[in-house]
Design a protein around this ligand. Sequence first.
Ligand code: OGA
Ligand code: NI
Length: 365
Amino acid sequence: MADCMQEWPEAVVRVQALAESGLAAIPCRYIKPPCDRPAAPAAQQQEPSDDISIPVIDLGELLANGAGLGNVTQAVSAACREWGFLQVVNHGVQPELMRAAREAWRGFFRLPVTEKQRYANSPRTYEGYGSQLGVEKGANLDWGDYYFLHLEPEAAKSPAKYWPANPGNCKEVSEEYGREVVKLCELLMRVLSVSLGLDEAHFQRAFGGADCGATLRANYYPRCPQPDLTLGLSAHSDPGVLTVLLADERVRGLQVRRSSGEWVTVQPVRDAFIVNVGDQIQILSNSMYKSVEHRVIVNAKEERISLALFYNPRGDIPIAPAPELLTVADQPALYPPMAFDEYRLFLRKKGAKGKAQIEALKGHS
Ligand code: OGA
Ligand code: NI
């Protein structure tokens, strides 16, 4: 398989170029089967309301003086069990830095396609400017472009050639943003450990201590002439530990799947991050916390940008359910140990496929 992942199986088309060509109908490769379309009856839409929206958790007190760990822990635990998603406010990352990071990437995506092409990525590492996920020939495609980079650990950081030269501050701002968001992830790992009755450092230790990884995916969803037929990003769960998303406050697009099958559109709170549990937490917690499927819808009027920071385990250590959470009779381990380097190959080869990967792993414990 390694060989067929050196290059894309066919010519890559930039969704931005398609959108800007002014076509009235999208090419058939972007048309989803009826059951996956945004308005499919099996997946009734839910508009966000006071009754139904992902929990918003304030980390201000905890960050200021370490107080309120109990309250935060309880709220995070409930959000993880009920939604697999939460929003955090007063999270310690400066709003100016969040805006600067988003504007830097907006600046990049506004460059002419020819300049962006200099950073065209390959499925070998995915670093750079991309328009698809997975290397299956003839695969159905999503209505979005992206830029992908490794931020941490230091040894795995994307080399300078993978970073856009324009905007001039893009690398510096993204790196600072990455460092700050990683600190937030480390705090959330402590909260998650405690919430499961584990010692505070358990998650961090199990995922590789100071060698945990962080990658950044800037997502760009151009306007779409037929938004009802396609998706900006197909339903998937995130393979890593935690995802911290900076979403557009004006243009909604992220939808989260409830256990009932309904899709709920997330309304981002100002200056908040949207945080979700990835597959590695489902594995470590032996499914007490589940990674939840989500997807992105697009619209005809406005483009949308989001920044996803993926906090990942160190790549080469086995990740398995925490022994403290298991009992032979009632709670046997649901997943066999697997290193993240191996785990993420699935997504890299096959693209977004709901929760197929972690479901498949379950059969092999
Ligand atoms: C992702 C993701 C959501 C969004 O990049 O994995 O789910 O709103 N993004 O862009
Ligand atoms: Ni995701």
